[in-house]
Write a protein that binds this ligand. Structure first.
Ligand code: SF4
Length: 74
């Protein structure tokens, strides 16, 4: 599923806890540096992606809408 969000991970803030990839396993994965990365292709639904962003303990996941307006964190 294509997401309505533009999804970014702040790799400086990310502590590699793996919560996002556990909750939204089609959207986030940990790379070899133990930092979350946004995957390509068939992602999770937008509600799941938003929940994963909310669950990040350090607010490293940034969601923007198609116009570039920040949706999360508010
Ligand atoms: Fe990094 Fe946040 Fe994902 Fe944890 S939930 S791996 S801190 S982006």
């Amino acid at each position: 599923m294509a997401s309505k969000y533009k999804i970014k991970v702040d790799k400086v803030k990310c502590i590699g806890c793996g919560t996002c990839s556990a909750l939204a396993s089609k959207t986030f994965k940990l790379n070899s540096d133990q930092k979350a990365e946004v995957m390509k292709g068939d992602l999770d639904d937008d509600k799941t992606i938003h929940q994963a962003a909310e669950s990040c303990p350090v607010f490293a996941i940034i969601l923007k809408d198609s116009k570039g307006k920040k949706v999360f964190p508010e």
